[in-house]
Design a protein around this ligand. Structure first.
Ligand SMILES: Nc1ncnc2c1ncn2[C@@H]1O[C@H](COP(=O)(O)OP(=O)(O)O)[C@@H](O)[C@H]1O
Ligand SMILES: [Mg+2]
Length: 357
């Protein structure tokens, strides 16, 4: 019985009979008792099948009081099945039913076990996610708290200086307030981007853009800091074609990579930016001669707040590379880092697909 039909397992005929229809087999299921007919010609419920049956014996198979099928015996002879045959078939049906019941129980047990395993895995995943979220929130709160505390400290100093009519340090105090307010702005901007990516709310508006245009915009963005650190940016565009990109977001990625390269490299050093074509993709790589990254830190880089301590990294939010990863992946690309280790410089690379012509 499958749903509201009786399905024959004789491979050749394999008909599907509606349980509500005519026929001795479905009648046996419906009425849930054995049917033995000696002369089918005289039986109003008989429906001729593939065999020219003159007598028929139908015994229902029951699992937990419910008909799940039948054993159907047909003969071209009239009155072929005796009372003993019926008893034999009924005994056989009992055995088959018992086996079916055991199979069903085993299947149910396995399904229950699989469901429990799945539920356990899901619960574990949810617990881990909750822990990550809580940790993220407490780090973010702490990161916001620090500049806020500074700002409050300096405004008190300003207040005191004004009361004492001593203006000698006012400029220093105001600069400190401004520096910390800028840090807060960077931090909240990055937190918003991180949340947007996390929740799938960051929208990309992609337009065909040449890599040349991207590099010009990047240079404009990165130059002040490079001049400040007397560093050079050597750009080589071996691709020179068109990519389908959200221009502002891709420049955000490049600016962050070049910004990091500048920040984590000595004054006066050189940074290289290479653009090349590779198997239908455009590969950008930013190489520096800076502090490098120990192998154990490489897997942490693209997570929020990786907690890698580098001397003098005061302006960082620890969210930049995580945002880069999100933006690159929204373009259908990948991002990764390589480094020879501490003091050996680093290379950050990412790909995006070439624009379709
Ligand atoms: N070019 C680089 N050289 C060495 N370390 C780097 C470089 N770029 C990134 N890092 C490491 O990865 C961390 C995460 O980078 P990022 O997400 O941009 O955060 P931030 O720049 O705000 O510190 C940095 O704090 C630093 O430890
Ligand atoms: Mg950064």
């Amino acid at each position: 019985v499958e749903g509201s039909e009786l399905v024959s397992h004789r491979p050749k005929s394999a008909p599907r009979l509606p349980l509500s229809g005519r026929g001795l087999t479905v009648k046996a299921v419906r009425e849930d008792h054995t049917i033995r007919v000696g002369d089918t010609g005289g039986d109003p419920d008989f429906v001729k099948g593939s065999l020219d049956a003159h007598s028929e014996l139908v015994v229902p198979l029951r699992v937990r009081g419910e008909a799940v099928g039948v054993i159907n015996l047909e003969s071209t002879r009239g009155y072929a099945f005796t009372h003993d045959d019926q008893r034999l078939a009924e005994t056989l049906a009992l055995h088959v039913s018992g086996t079916l019941e055991r199979i069903r129980l085993a299947e149910e047990k396995q399904l229950t076990q699989e469901r429990m395993l799945r539920e356990e895995a899901a619960a574990e995943q949810a617990r881990m996610l909750a822990t990550v979220k809580t940790r993220f929130l407490s780090t973010a709160t702490h990161e916001i708290r620090t500049p806020l505390t500074s700002i409050m400290g300096y405004t008190e100093l300003i207040q005191g200086a004004l009361e004492a009519e001593d203006t000698s340090k006012l400029q220093v105090y105001f600069d400190a307030v401004q520096r910390n307010a800028e840090r807060l702005t960077r931090l909240t901007d990055d937190l918003l981007d991180t949340q947007r990516i996390e929740e799938g709310r960051m929208k990309m508006s992609k337009t065909p853009t040449t890599t040349r245009e991207l590099l010009v915009d990047l240079a404009r963005e990165a130059t002040p800091r490079l001049i400040h650190r007397r560093q050079t940016l050597e750009v080589s565009d071996g691709f020179g074609g068109v990519v389908d990109a959200d221009r502002d977001r891709l420049i955000q990625v490049l600016a962050n990579l070049v910004g990091n390269a500048s920040k984590f490299s000595p004054e006066g050093s050189a940074i290289q930016l290479l653009v090349e074509e590779r198997g239908g993709e455009v590969l950008f790589s930013v190489r520096d001669e800076g502090v490098g990254i120990p192998p154990e830190d490489l897997p942490k880089l693209f997570k929020p707040f990786p907690g890698i301590h580098v001397e003098g990294n005061r302006e960082g939010t620890g969210l930049g590379l995580n945002i880069c990863k999100g933006i690159v992946e929204l373009h259908g690309g990948r991002i990764w880092a390589e480094s020879g280790g501490l003091g050996k410089g680093s290379t950050f690379s990412f790909t995006i697909p070439e624009a379709q012509p």
